[in-house]
Design a binder for this molecule. Sequence first.
Ligand SMILES: NC(=O)c1ccc[n+]([C@@H]2O[C@H](COP(=O)([O-])OP(=O)(O)OC[C@H]3O[C@@H](n4cnc5c(N)ncnc54)[C@H](O)[C@@H]3O)[C@@H](O)[C@H]2O)c1
Length: 346
Amino acid sequence: MKKVKWGVIGAGGIADRRTLPGMMLANNAELVAVMEVNMELSEKLRAKYNAKRAYDNAQDLVNDPEVEAVYIASPVGCHLEQIIAAAKAKKHVLAEKPIAMTVEDAEKALAVCNENGVLSASGFMMRYHAYHQKMKEFIAEGNLGDIVSCRGQLTCWYPPIENAWRQKKELSGGGALIDMGIHCIDLIEYITGQKTVKVSAFNDTLTHNYNVDDSSNVILKLSGGAHAYVDSNFNLPDAAAKCRLEFYGTRGSILAEGTIGQVEGGKVSVVIAGEAGYDAAQNRVDVTPIEFNVEFGNMYTKEIESFSNSILNGTPVEVPMSDAIWMQKVIEAAYRASDEEKVITL
Ligand SMILES: NC(=O)c1ccc[n+]([C@@H]2O[C@H](COP(=O)([O-])OP(=O)(O)OC[C@H]3O[C@@H](n4cnc5c(N)ncnc54)[C@H](O)[C@@H]3O)[C@@H](O)[C@H]2O)c1
C-alpha cells in the first residue's frame, strides 16, 4: 500500500505520548522526519521512531522534499507560523487543537492552506472513538427521541509548573476551557449533529496561581433546541472525576464515563424508556440498560490513517480545520460571555 510520508513538528509532547505510537500502527503512513526545539531531543525521537531525519527548526522540516504531510503538535502560540510555513512548502497539514491563539489567526492559517492547495485537518481525535461514532449513529436514528440535554466533562489536576506554556495566557490563549472543554463541545456537536447557537459561561481561576482558567462551566443552546453543559477543570484530582458524556432525549439516555480521554475505552450505558407515561408519584421504574457492541482501536492511528487516506485517495477530510475554527468561535464566545456576564448569540 502507498504510504504518506509524514514530518512531525513539536515531536516531544503529545506526539511522543500518543500520536507517534499511533502513527506507527497506521497502514498508510510512514514517519520520515521529526522536529524538536533542541537537536538532542529531536535525535532521540528520530531514533525511537526510526525516522530518517531529525531537525531542530520547523522551516527545515517543512523544506524536506520527502515530507508530504506535517503534524503540528507544538505549543498553541507556535501553530500559526508553522501551519503557514508548512502550507507554503506545499505540505498537507494536520494541526493540533486549538488551531491558533485566536479565531482571526486560525482563519489566516486555513486561508494559507487553501491558497496553496494543501489539505488541512485538526486534531479532534476523540471523534474517532468507537463509542462516540456509535452514539452519533444511534442518536441520528432517532432512538433517544428529541435530544433535550447533554453534558460533557473533562478535567485533570494541573498545578503550577514553571515554564508551562499552558499556564500562560499569552502562549495558550486560555486554560481548562480552550484546552479540555473544547473537546467536549466538539464531541457534543459531532454526536448530536447540532451546532451551538447561544453561549453563557463562568470561567475562573479558583485554585491555582496562574493567569488562565482552572474552572470552567459553560451552558450552550444548540441549533436543534437542546441545552448542553460542559465542565472542564484543572483543579480536580484525577480520581475525583469520571469525564462524563451524557445525552438525554424524550425517549431515553446515553450515559458514558471515561470515553472522553486519550485512550479508546470507557463505559457506556443506554436506557431506552420509550414513550413515558405521567406518574404523579414519580416512582421510577428501572429499565435495564443496553450496551453498545463496539470494537476499540487507537484513536490516533485512525486520525492519521483517515487524513493519509484523504491525501492518497481524495476521501473527504473527516475532521477539517474549518471545524476547529468553528469550535474556536464557540470558545471565544464562552470566554466573552463570562467576562461580560451575558449570553452570546453566535
Ligand atoms: N489531541 C490530543 O490528544 C492532545 C493532547 C494533548 C495536547 N494536545 C495539543 O497538542 C499541542 C501540544 O500540546 P502538548 O501537551 O504536547 O504540549 P507539550 O508541552 O507537552 O509538548 C509540546 C512540544 O513542543 C515542543 N516545542 C516547544 N516550542 C516549539 C517550537 N517553537 N516549535 C516546535 N516545537 C516546539 C516542546 O519542546 C514540546 O516537546 C497543543 O495544541 C495541545 O492542545 C492535543
